[in-house]
Write a protein that binds this ligand. Structure first.
Ligand code: ADP
Ligand code: MG
Length: 279
């Protein structure tokens, strides 16, 4: 280890070299992950069949599929909130459990899950408090995050004084406060009205571009999936698996318009794939 580094020295360290440049950089690497709830019991559920999934940095991947097909289960495996029954789940090239301990990801759910006895600022500071950040650093970061989600003037309000969409923006600010490499979102806009939802989609796209965070997003909405994603994974039920993958290569037009024929073409593609798994 105390040798002077030279070109190609990684070949001589004797440590297992990653098999390729891309694999070393993967944000998510799932291999043959299955999940069986209540194994061996009368209420046994085979929630996920052998799932393989690789997500590269900067991707916006959406999981879509019929209710009960295992979308939340897959997200919870990535978050290491539950272990797989078999197979492996890696996040940032380490076991998902370690990534959870290292706080490599932030999470947002359908309900914002804010604490009303805390101000908006204090809610955003919560994970930073748990991580032992100093008061000054926490304040500084919370301010930056509030600017990012365009809620600076609500810093000292309490969550119940905010609309549903604004609360969801605070939840996103909190999830991103410690600059995680990965943002996991489970139907975060499911409870919002259509206008607010479209606005939130634009906000999320803007934040995703500004922060370069990798996102894994769960939704029931086909247009939402196409509008947001670089890749849509259509899941099939019983047991859950990835049935088809649709690359959304709308490039710079992404986020520019919802009336683009290229957008509708992708919506149709996802709808056809969903029909197949629902049959
Ligand atoms: P989705 O998010 O796609 O609607 P889920 O991942 O929540 O689906 O659930 C997939 C399957 O696993 C469903 O049949 C569900 O009932 C079952 N399931 C999910 N969580 C549990 C659990 N904690 N215990 C038992 N069964 C579960
Ligand atoms: Mg779910």
């Amino acid at each position: 280890m105390n040798e002077v580094p030279s070109q190609g020295e990684e070949m001589s360290t004797g440590e297992a070299a990653p098999t390729s440049e891309t694999e070393a950089k993967r944000v998510i690497d799932i291999r043959g992950a299955t999940k069986v709830f209540n194994p061996g019991k009368s209420n046994q559920v085979e929630a996920l069949a052998e799932v393989d999934l690789a997500v590269e940095p900067g991707e916006f991947v959406t999981l879509i599929g019929p209710s009960g097909c295992g979308k939340s289960t897959l997200l919870r495996l990535i978050a290491a909130l539950i272990p797989p029954s078999t197979g492996s789940v890696e996040v940032n090239a380490k076991p998902a459990e370690q990534a959870r301990l290292d706080r490599d990801y932030g999470m947002a759910f359908q309900t914002a899950g804010l604490f009303d006895w805390r101000t908006v600022t204090k809610n955003i500071e919560l994970p930073l408090e748990l991580m032992g950040w100093s008061r000054g650093d926490r304040r500084g970061r919370a301010k930056e995050m509030l600017e990012l989600v365009k809620l600076a003037e609500f810093a000292n309000h309490h969550p119940s004084e905010l609309s549903g969409g604004m609360q969801q923006r605070v939840a996103i600010a909190r999830a991103l406060s410690f600059s995680p490499a990965l943002l996991l979102m489970d139907e975060p806009f499911g409870a919002l009205d259509e206008m607010t939802r479209e606005h939130m989609q634009d906000e999320l796209l803007r934040i995703w571009k500004e922060t370069a965070t990798t996102v894994v997003f769960v939704t029931h909405s086909i247009p939402e999936a196409v509008y947001l994603s670089t890749r849509v994974l259509v899941m099939s039920p019983r047991p859950g698996n990835i049935a088809s993958i649709i690359d959304v290569d709308l490039g710079e037009r992404r986020g520019a318009t919802r009336d683009d024929p290229a957008f509708f073409k992708k919506v149709t593609e996802v709808r056809v794939a969903l029909r197949k798994v629902e049959e």
